[in-house]
Design a protein around this ligand. Structure first.
Ligand SMILES: Cc1cc2nc3c(=O)[nH]c(=O)nc-3n(C[C@H](O)[C@H](O)[C@H](O)COP(=O)(O)OP(=O)(O)OC[C@H]3O[C@@H](n4cnc5c(N)ncnc54)[C@H](O)[C@@H]3O)c2cc1C
Length: 435
């Protein structure tokens, strides 16, 4: 029997690989390069559309805990991500090209997975399918799903941050160093107070890029705001946010540093640097004009400028097993169901595939305790998202507060989540061999 997986992004490739490991034949359909999305640059599977960080490696952090849970549950994409890790302080930062190459090679080497490049616009009701078309799902497929599921979509805006060609930066006006720690993974472009307020004024006054495919509604995902939007909310907001200079060992030649722009290597060679937390929807000509007035960037070449994109999800689509509420043979995963973030998309792909397997084998859906980040995340998708219509990424607010002293809560949340995911794994039993 064959399972159709729609979308060769993070959720879709993880789902396809998990299904293949479970013994299923998979038809993975990806519309690129036949039809491109506004954010993807390549035709590669598992392309990271913006940052090349998969979040913290520390399980003190909810993203780090999610990473741990994915490893325990056997995520193949997380294993590949760790193979192409590049320095990024405490975060799992990957060489984006290599990551996509490794995922493609892993899929090519799976005899059970067939990849077809086509835009999927409808799916027969009787097919076993995992839909993972992402936040930039094609209109035809989005409309098909909305009609089939009798629902309406929601959306917000998400932006990408600029990437620069490293050797076009003037390093006399910048310095390497990590916040609060050893290492030189980040390049910092310092600004005095005067430069900073000039920069903020320029961002606020800049023109937005034309938004041909958007309506007038402006709603942003709060944890991924464009810098110009942060600046509009208060002139000092950036200096206390992504541009904060705290924890940096600033060389003495830079006086009165009030803020910094941080850049991080995008590939192992370090030939490309990405501005960290600097997503922007300012028009390309204004980005070039503003950035090139900074001495360090006077002659900088931009491999990619920031862009704002509509980001679509469908509240109320699935239960916590990621199964459609109307068709038991259909599962959904990734940003399309309302999770936010790379790792969260991978988690969705894994979870949908595991539950599809259980459904085919006549088993009840797997459940993950609500003490785990994945358990809390998918409970939110089923219970809270249809009401609040705000997507969510991994955070500790998704799990119940432990009933221990306040000072012990952090440790207890972590201990409890790790114990719960290990025992849940034991409860899931032996993997299926497909049909
Ligand atoms: C502009 C932007 C920037 C983002 N930046 C970040 C970031 O920096 N960090 C972060 O953690 N998250 C970020 N996200 C959020 C999210 O983590 C990513 O979008 C992530 O790639 C979602 O994974 P996915 O598998 O759901 O979707 P995707 O990775 O987008 O994969 C979906 C795939 O489905 C394909 N597809 C769509 N429709 C069809 C169809 N009809 N038929 C066949 N194939 C189809 C697409 O081409 C795509 O390859 C960003 C999102 C956007 C929109």
């Amino acid at each position: 029997m064959e399972v159709l997986v729609i979308g060769g992004g993070l959720a879709g490739t993880e789902a396809a690989l998990t299904l293949a490991s479970l013994g299923y034949n998979v038809l993975l359909t990806e519309m690129r390069p036949v039809s491109m999305t506004p954010a993807h640059r390549t035709s590669k599977l598992a392309e990271l559309v913006c940052s090349n960080s998969l979040g913290s490696l520390s399980t003190d952090n909810a993203k780090g805990e999610l990473l741990h849970e994915l490893e325990v549950l056997g995520s193949r994409l997380v294993r590949l991500a760790k193979r192409c890790r590049i320095p990024g302080d405490k975060a799992l930062v990957v060489d984006r090209e290599l990551f996509a190459d490794l995922v493609e090679a892993e899929i090519d080497n799976e005899p059970r997975i067939k990849v077809v490049r086509r835009e999927e616009t409808s799916v027969p009701t009787a097919s076993f399918a995992i839909f993972a078309p992402g936040p930039l799902a094609s209109d035809a497929l989005l409309n098909f799903v909305l009609q089939a599921e009798n629902l309406s979509e929601a959306h917000f805006y998400d932006a990408t941050s600029p990437t620069l060609v490293a050797d076009t930066i003037d390093f006399d006006y910048a310095f390497w160093g990590n916040r609060f720690g050893e290492g030189e993974d980040y390049l910092n472009i310092p600004m005095t107070k005067e430069q900073y307020f000039w920069f903020v004024d320029e961002l606020i006054a800049a023109r937005n890029a034309p938004r041909h495919d958007f309506d007038k509604v402006e709603s942003f995902f709060e944890r991924c705001l464009p810098v110009e939007e942060i600046a509009r909310r208060g002139k000092d907001s950036l200096a206390y946010g992504p541009m904060r200079p705290t924890g940096l060992n600033i060389p003495s030649k830079f006086k009165d540093v009030y803020a910094v722009i941080q850049l991080r290597k995008e590939n192992a060679e370090g030939t490309l640097l990405n501005m960290v937390g600097f997503q922007t929807g300012v028009s390309h000509s204004d980005q070039l004009r503003i950035f090139r007035q900074l001495p360090a960037l006077r002659h900088a070449e931009f491999a990619r400028l920031g862009q704002l994109h509509r980001n679509t999800f469908v509240p109320g689509l699935v239960n916590r097993s990621l199964q459609s509420k109307t068709n038991p043979r259909w599962f959904y995963a990734g940003q399309f169901v309302g999770t936010e973030g790379y790792l969260e998309a991978i988690a969705g792909g894994l979870w949908a595939a595991m539950n599809l397997d259980r459904m085919i084998n006549g088993l009840p859906p797997a459940s993950l305790p609500e003490e785990t980040i994945m358990g809390g995340l998918f409970r939110y998708i089923e219970e809270v998202l249809p009401v609040v219509k705000q997507p969510i990424g991994a955070n500790w607010g998704l799990v119940p507060v432990p009933t221990v002293r306040k000072s012990d809560r952090k440790q207890e949340r972590k201990r409890r989540a790790q114990e719960a995911v290990s025992s849940a794994l034991r409860g899931l039993g032996k993997p299926s061999k497909g049909i």
